[in-house]
Write a protein that binds this ligand. Sequence first.
Ligand code: GAF
Length: 385
Amino acid sequence: MKELINKTSQAFEIKFGYKPDTFIQAPGRVNLIGEHTDYNDGFVLPCAINYQTVISCHKRSDNLIRVIAVDYDNEQDEFSLDFPIKKHSKYQWANYVRGVVKHLKKHTNTIQGVDLAISGDVPQGAGLSSSASLEVAVAKMFQVLYDLPLDGTQLALIGQEAENQFVGCNCGIMDQLISALGQAQHALLIDCRSLESFPVSIPKDFAVVIINSNIKRGLVDSEYNTRRQQCETAAKALGVKALRDVTLDELKRIENKLDPIVFKRARHIITENERTLKAALALANSDYTLLSNLMAQSHNSMRDDFEITVPAIDYLVEIIHNILGAQGGVRMTGGGFGGCVVALVPQNKVDDIKAVVNDNYFKKFGIKEDFYVCKPSKGVHALCL
Ligand code: GAF
């Protein structure tokens, strides 16, 4: 984190010729269970992680926004609040900043310009929400600099609006919400309909381990949108607002009227919601056997019903599950089609997991994994230096 602050402050000073006075940090996330349930008004159980986006910034007295992307070779963007904000023709990273500013402007007319430099260490394209952390960091930066009366949930909603309507990715609310509201040493059980969240403690003798398969996530956007449509089709056939509103029995009653694929997609969502609620309780009650089973079932449901896993991810889950037994849980995490596996495991098992993955994964798939032992972390905040 210090390194990110140093990098962004230095780039800021070199480019703008003065020192930043405000520093914002927003974490990435890992989801323990509750996959693709957020846009079905359901439940999720993510935690924020100690990989983050950091912004060094200073407000301006005019309406210019000047941005440096330190991780993209110090590429720069500049736009004005006085004109309609349009997409950047070249830099995708710039659209996350522009999108947040555009949507923030709908909620307030009291903001002015900012100079900012951005850097982050959330692995990109790995399903750990590097973009949500950037959106939330930018929204928080304006909230702090201009003392805006916006809480964490509102910042998250602005980030989601930017992603849905400006960047063009139809994501749910989970990633922005956990980046905004995460709590140290806790996961949050989030009700994605009411947006209420309930902290669930993660014991200190447990580690949140993330294994990045380094499988490039292909077709993510189109497959994600197809899954959303299939869920909406099922909800419509059931006559409800969202799949959150039905039980498995109710779904089974109309099975013969549904396309078999749509039926399977809906079955994943309905059962995943149940598993997520049970997993939050299991974690709160230190019932790791139950938690382990629920995470295993969640993975199987993503593999067989929602069909969003890939062989390398299934393999990682299998070898880790085999050495963990019922002592901890493991499953794919995030949107799918590559990306990461999450394991919630006793600290004394971390080395065994690392060894089994290291010994087998490259041999079988010819790809080297990355391994992160994470701390459940606090959501977005200004840093006091
Ligand atoms: C992506 C989306 F951005 C989230 O909203 C969520 O749907 C997740 O995939 C799947 O659970 O991260």
